[in-house]
Design a protein around this ligand. Structure first.
Ligand SMILES: Nc1ncnc2c1ncn2[C@@H]1O[C@H](COP(=O)(O)OP(=O)(O)OP(=O)(O)O)[C@@H](O)[C@H]1O
Ligand SMILES: [Mg+2]
Length: 535
């Protein structure tokens, strides 16, 4: 296939990238920072990214007296001789054209750079397919290049095997992207999913900002997706499988500490809850709430708890006690059955319905996830004993909207989600964190996210956060800044061979048909990902 030539390499270094002088008939206005381009060396093809552009003059006199009112003709006459443009290009992957092996293995990490005057080309469809693979199986088309209409694929099996993140300011399309990816993960069976759906937007039909209706995952994927709800009334109206009830006995001190901001708790809370736990075990909260002033005084005397602090805690926890989904005592059977279903590869959405305050969301998501983690840990330990493939726990991915509530630097060390992000990969459980403000998430957690997908971010702090630990930050910063406010994303990390900007696929009728036709399974060679994470 004929590629269209852009210019030639004139300068550069392995570490910083290459400078390409644009051909005289090429304009910087036709190129974009972040664009995928190809350099043909003598024996290698370099798949690269445009990281910057510059305007230059070869005759400095032009700068001291630029043509006042340059008519196009003058500008044209000067172009290529006295004036020219260069682009900075960063090779990300290379293909050894002389080796039959590379033809089979596909593109490899960059080990060399091309010599002077190697030509730079616009990428062709073939180049995109060589790097990102063909659609099918776990290779899922997330979108298209901004200027072309061909699929760009993400490897879902790699996506789910580490925790990952979707970021971008409000309205950039995070939740829609999550829906696309979850549909792909369910149909390709890359993982079972547990989705904490704070705003009830995943399970059933939902109106978009443009006013038309889109399908919920339950409607799209049928019984592969179970719907749990905390809201008994909403559950009666909608096609919900299980109404979840939480017992006071299931609430641990850790859950209460997570609500420190919501309940305005003081630093003594942990100590008080600890003393109550020592005395009453998992019945601590019910006991505390039932204590009369005398009983409370007695407890404080015998245990050494601070009376004022204990009274304040009792008062504040009454707020929790009033929640409609709480009962005095509940067994874990509903959650355990859910884990059994997840273990068989089904997915579960937990809707919050009316109970969609941060307090409900944080309390319940933490309790459910702690139990899920405990069971997965047991499953993994059993597998390690028996070493029988049938006992290996299926990969589970937990989708968490408003992730900063659980993963901000103050609480990430205590919440179960912080633990999962840091170490749970070993139990085959990972997170998909979705958030508007990556700067609100603990840097240690950010550094664990294998794949990061980001829409437009405008705050410097957020841009820095999303690029934490990425090598070549400066050139990705340019791509991030050039994104549209909606439906454009930068993909980087473990699930893509190299960073790339895409226009997100539409979540529409055409997509539903593709999904219902099922994954067109296909064997894929393993991709080599560019190592964009700095050491
Ligand atoms: N892939 C898509 N297909 C169709 N419409 C989309 C897509 N992505 C975004 N949109 C449109 O953009 C709107 C906002 O998208 P979405 O709700 O996913 O934003 P968000 O990033 O989750 O915002 P918030 O942070 O406020 O939750 C949608 O209501 C829809 O109209
Ligand atoms: Mg959203």
């Amino acid at each position: 296939m004929e590629r269209s030539r852009l210019g030639v390499v004139t300068d550069g270094a392995f570490n910083t990238g290459l400078t390409v002088r644009l051909d005289a008939d090429r304009s910087t206005e036709d190129l974009r920072v972040g664009e995928f381009v190809v350099i043909e060396g003598k024996s290698n093809r370099y798949f690269s990214m445009i990281s910057d552009m510059q305007l230059r003059v070869s005759d400095p006199r032009l700068l001291s007296s630029p043509p006042d009112d340059a008519p196009p003709l003058v500008a044209h006459a000067l172009a290529g001789t006295s004036t020219y443009a260069t682009v900075e290009v960063k090779p990300m992957l290379m293909l050894d054209l002389t080796s039959d092996l590379d033809e089979l293995r596909g593109p490899q990490s960059v080990r060399t750079i091309p010599m002077h005057f190697a030509a730079l080309y616009e990428a062709s469809e073939m180049d995109f397919a060589t790097v990102f693979g063909k659609e099918g199986g776990t290779n899922f088309a997330v979108g298209t290049p901004v200027t072309m209409d061909i699929p760009i694929c993400l490897r879902l099996d790699r996506f789910v095997e580490r925790s990952n993140g979707i970021f971008g300011q409000s309205g950039t399309g995070k939740s829609f992207l999550a829906r696309l990816l979850l549909s792909g993960i369910v149909t390709s069976r890359a993982a079972a999913n547990l989705i904490f759906d704070m705003h009830s937007e995943y399970a059933f039909d939902k109106q978009t900002e443009d006013g038309h209706w889109v399908r919920g995952l339950r409607e799209l994927l049928g019984s592969q997706v179970l719907v749990y709800s905390l809201d008994a009334e909403a559950a009666a109206r909608r096609n919900v499988d299980v109404t979840l009830i939480i017992g006071l006995n299931q609430i641990e001190a850790e859950d209460i500490m997570l609500l420190a901001d919501e309940l305005d708790l003081t630093a003594t809370t942990a100590a008080t809850a600890g003393l109550l736990g020592d005395q009453y075990g998992d019945d601590w909260l019910r006991q505390l709430l039932a204590m009369s002033p005398d009983e409370l005084a007695q407890f404080c005397q015998s245990s050494g708890a601070h009376p004022e602090a204990t009274k304040a805690l009792q008062r504040k926890l009454r707020e929790v006690q009033r929640r409609g989904y709480l009962t005095e005592k509940a067994s874990f059977s509903l959650i355990d059955e859910m884990v059994t279903a997840l273990g068989k590869g089904r997915s579960a959405i937990l809707e919050f319905g009316r109970h969609d305050s941060p307090l409900d969301y944080m309390l319940v998501a933490n309790i459910v996830t702690r139990r899920v983690r405990r069971l997965y840990q047991q499953k993994m330990e059993r597998f390690e004993e028996t070493k029988a493939e049938a006992d290996r726990p299926l990969q589970l991915m937990i989708t968490l909207e408003e992730a900063h509530k659980f993963l901000n630097p103050t609480v990430a060390r205590q919440t179960i989600f912080g633990t999962i992000a840091r170490e749970m990969r070993k139990y085959n459980v990972t997170l998909m964190v979705i958030d508007q403000r990556p700067s609100g998430i603990d840097p240690e957690v950010m550094s664990q996210l294998g794949t990061r997908i980001t829409g437009l971010l405008t705050e410097e702090r957020d841009i820095d956060a999303v690029l934490t630990g990425v090598s070549g930050r400066s050139f990705l910063r340019g791509s991030l800044a050039s994104l549209d406010t909606r439906q454009q994303l930068l993909l980087m990390g473990h699930a893509v061979p190299m960073p790339i900007t895409v226009r997100t696929r539409s979540y529409d009728k055409e997509f539903y048909q593709d999904i219902q036709r099922g994954g067109r399974a296909q064997e894929l060679p393993d991709v080599v990902a560019t190592d964009i994470w700095a050491e």
